[in-house]
Design a protein around this ligand. Structure first.
Ligand SMILES: *[C@@H]1O[C@H](CO)[C@@H](O)[C@H](O)[C@H]1NC(C)=O
Ligand SMILES: *[C@@H]1O[C@H](CO)[C@@H](O)[C@H](O)[C@H]1NC(C)=O
Ligand SMILES: *[C@@H]1O[C@H](CO)[C@@H](O)[C@H](O)[C@H]1NC(C)=O
Ligand SMILES: *[C@@H]1O[C@H](CO)[C@@H](O)[C@H](O)[C@H]1NC(C)=O
Ligand SMILES: *[C@@H]1O[C@H](CO)[C@@H](O)[C@H](O)[C@H]1NC(C)=O
Ligand SMILES: *[C@@H]1O[C@H](CO)[C@@H](O)[C@H](O)[C@H]1NC(C)=O
Ligand SMILES: *[C@@H]1O[C@H](CO)[C@@H](O)[C@H](O)[C@H]1NC(C)=O
Length: 703
């Protein structure tokens, strides 16, 4: 081996350095050192034997002191021969080994501590080392429960706490439904507790705690129920309807979460409704008084928490009957439309949309409008709005229709002629009737009497001439218009007469007609014949012969026919009818003849003689009549309604007249010359035997 200088020098330096170091650290090399001969953390089961083992070096026979925490519990000089000095109350447990290790016999729980061994040797200083001893026992009989009270939603916190009969816990872990719980804003894990901050219903469930130490582990669980609610209930009416009709049945149930299940109570008005088990409001045959606000109050019997909700139940009832429309006159100027449909719940809302958009009324509506022509004949509808049943009615206002006055003549108990004129015009609102005579208004002063409803004027006088001096008129008026009619009264007159015989000629029937405005209170049936026949008071017939007419019968004003009996068919007779207004006689009817001398009656001969020309005339008049009827029908809507004529029954239908029936001419056929009558009434007034007034009950003339 070849040795170079730097190599030899290096080796030499190292040897020298080693020698130097050896001498420099002579003292340190001899220092007392104590060190653990195993782990410094020792877990021990209570009651077991355990040793905190140490080893030392650098000195022989050092003095040893064990501290339990800061308290010296054992002091000894190793191999000194003297026994160790052990704290009095610990000598049953603590033993010191010859190497300084500390043994514990049947170590109790309270020996869990830090233990420090300190070794000293004069001249060699002090050395120490520290152990931690943890003494555990088996965890047993763990109980998990709420610290106080029950969990309740909305409260601040809820604490679960475990307790146990024995055991030292090194570690605790909490689980909720199997999931480990970590401390966070909701959970707080404290020494023996789990705190749930702001518990809510979702915290209901199984809580488990796992307790462990090196020698045992125990899990315990408990079920936690968080009390909550009642929530605000949801109310449901069955059947669900915006309103119910009186007599309906319904129920209202509630739905709300809560634990324990809340109990319900219903309040209507100020009244608590008690008889509803399960809280279902069950109403059968509801009345309108039961409509209103129902409040359901829920109570959590545990927490005494409440919640409530209201529902409005409308119970309606249709107003009875149907709406009634009418129209009235206001001061004969304005029209007041009325609509009425009262009762019901709620009241019907009434309106006349055609008249006003804004006016309406509950149950009763009256609307006054200015009468105008466009309302004449226009149906105006009243719309009656009611939730149960909409309805309506309609009313048409109309101006007075055309009409014909009716004239009736009677004789009163004083023997005065009573002429009654009746003016009725169909109108809506009802027409107000006013009367005038000539140009002056007629009021209810003698000889006039106006009926309460003004439709009838009664005139009383003894002298028929006084009736004929003036024309009367009536005006029927309502806000929409008026109709005026003039009545020209006529003296007693006969417009038409005829005669019929029975087959063997012993009985004749006279019939006649009277113009509608003629004043007639009775008729004299007169006869002329070579052998006139009359009946005396004893009922025996006397035969006489006369060439002048004499009265054989008197008939009341209502009569339109007379029968004459016991005629001799071999003889000739003439008959006529004299109309009378009390004492005043009118122009007699044409003379009707019967007898073998004529072969045929006068009228029959006249009928035959005029047969062909009259037939032609009849056809012409018939054509005219048809035209008139068509025209009449065309204008019927605006035509007056004529009172029904008194049917005149004829025994035999052999009309000898060639003029249309007088009803169709409206009684306008020219009367006999009454100027003459008026001028010289005495001329016409033939003194008659005692006048027998006809019964005043019958209508003499109708138009
Ligand atoms: C512990 O030590 C004591 C005394 O040395 C002994 O009697 C006992 O049996 C030991 N216990 C165990 C569990 O070893
Ligand atoms: C033991 O000592 C350690 C560290 O110095 C300390 O944290 C612990 O609390 C002590 N143990 C006991 C039981 O005094
Ligand atoms: C908790 O509840 C469950 C069912 O939800 C049941 O099986 C269990 O026995 C309950 N535990 C306790 C401690 O009541
Ligand atoms: C309501 O009451 C009627 C009779 O009282 C009964 O028949 C019906 O079942 C009840 N309905 C409810 C929901 O309780
Ligand atoms: C009602 O209102 C409508 C429009 O809102 C209007 O055209 C009509 O003229 C009104 N009718 C009445 C009678 O006011
Ligand atoms: C009837 O009245 C007229 C006119 O007023 C009169 O001229 C006549 O004398 C009166 N006749 C009777 C019977 O009173
Ligand atoms: C009555 O009326 C008729 C027809 O309108 C007329 O001719 C007559 O002169 C009137 N009489 C009186 C008295 O005014």
């Amino acid at each position: 081996m070849k040795m170079t200088w730097p190599g030899e020098f290096g080796r030499l330096s190292a040897v020298l350095l080693a020698i130097l170091l050896r001498f420099t650290f002579q003292g340190a090399y001899c220092q007392l050192v104590v060190s653990p001969a195993g782990p410094t953390l020792v877990n021990a089961l209570a009651g077991s034997n355990v040793t905190l083992a140490v080893s030392f070096s650098g000195a022989t026979d050092p003095a040893v002191t064990w501290f339990m925490a800061d308290l010296p519990v054992v002091t000894w000089a190793i191999t000194s021969g003297a026994p160790p000095d052990i704290a009095d109350n610990r000598d049953k447990v603590l033993r010191i080994e010859t190497d300084g290790s500390l043994s514990f016999v049947n170590v109790p729980l309270e020996y869990t501590s830090n233990y420090t061994i300190e070794m000293t040797k004069s001249g060699l200083g002090t050395s120490s080392t520290t152990f931690t001893l943890k003494v555990f026992d088996m965890i047993q009989d763990v109980i998990l429960k709420a610290q106080s009270g029950s969990a309740q939603e909305g409260s601040d916190r809820f604490t679960l706490q475990y307790s146990m009969l024995q055991g030292v816990v090194e570690d605790q872990t909490w689980f909720f439904s199997g999931m480990a719980i970590k401390s966070n804003s909701h959970y707080l894990v404290e020494e023996r507790n789990l705190v749930i901050l702001g518990p809510n219903r979702s915290d209901t469930g199984r809580y488990t705690v796992l307790l462990t130490n090196p020698f045992s582990s125990v899990t315990t669980d408990t079920n936690v129920t968080v009390l909550y609610g009642p929530d605000e209930p949801v109310l449901e009416a069955r059947p669900a309807r915006p309103f119910y009709v009186k007599g309906d049945s319904l129920s209202v149930s509630w739905q709300a979460d809560g634990f324990p299940t809340p109990t319900a109570e219903w309040v209507f008005g100020s009244q608590t409704l008690s008889d509803f088990p399960q809280g279902v409001l069950n109403l059968t045959n509801v009345q309108t008084s039961q409509g209103g606000v129902y409040t359901c109050t829920l109570l959590n019997e545990e927490t005494r928490e409440k919640s409530q909700k209201s529902i409005i139940l409308n119970v309606y009832e249709r107003p009875s009957g149907d709406p009634m429309c009418s129209v009235q006159s206001v001061n004969n100027v304005d029209l007041q439309y009325l609509c009425r449909w009262s009762g019901g719940t709620p009241q019907a809302q009434l309106s006349f949309p055609a008249l006003s958009n804004t006016s309406s009324g509950a149950g009763n509506l009256s609307l006054t409008v200015t009468a105008s022509h466009n309302l004449d004949g226009k149906p105006v509808k009243c719309v009656a709005d009611h939730p149960v049943e909409p309805n309506n009615c309609s009313i048409t206002a109309g101006s007075p229709r055309m009409f014909l006055p009716a004239v009736r003549t009677t004789v009163d108990s004083d023997g005065k002629i009573v002429v009654t004129i009746h003016c009725v015009s169909e109108a809506s609102p009802q027409a107000v009737v006013s009367w005038s005579r000539g140009s002056e208004a007629v009021t209810s002063t003698t000889p006039y009497q106006i009926s309460r409803d003004a439709t009838q004027l009664e005139i009383r006088d003894y002298n028929v001439s006084n009736f004929l001096l003036q024309n009367y008129s009536c005006i029927c008026r309502n806000p929409l218009g008026s109709q005026r009619r003039e009545i020209q009264l006529r003296g007693p007159s006969i417009s038409d007469s005829s005669l019929f015989t029975n087959h063997n000629g012993t009985i004749v029937t006279l019939t006649w007609e009277v113009p509608p405005t003629s004043i007639v209170t009775g008729f004299d049936i007169q006869m002329k014949g070579p052998q006139g026949l009359s009946r005396n008071r004893n009922g025996t017939q006397t035969r006489g012969s006369s060439n002048t007419f004499h009265t054989i019968q008197q008939k009341p004003g209502a009569a339109r026919s007379a029968d004459i009996f016991n005629l001799d068919p071999k003889l000739s007779y003439s008959f006529r009818v004299v109309p009378k207004a009390r004492m005043t006689e009118g122009r007699p009817s044409e003379v009707q003849r019967i007898g073998p001398g004529e072969g045929l009656s006068g009228s029959a001969i006249a009928g035959l003689a005029a047969g062909i020309p009259c037939g032609l005339l009849f056809l012409v008049l018939l054509a005219g009549l048809i035209y008139f009827c068509v025209y009449f029908n065309k204008n019927k809507s605006r035509q007056a309604k004529y009172p029904k004529s008194r049917a005149v029954e004829k025994v035999v239908t052999t009309p000898t007249e060639t003029t249309p029936h007088n009803l169709l001419t409206g009684g306008l056929k020219s009367p006999p010359d009454y100027n003459r009558l008026q001028q010289t009434p005495s001329e016409r007034s033939v003194a008659l035997p005692a006048f027998v007034p006809p019964p005043p009950v019958r209508t003499a003339t109708t138009v």
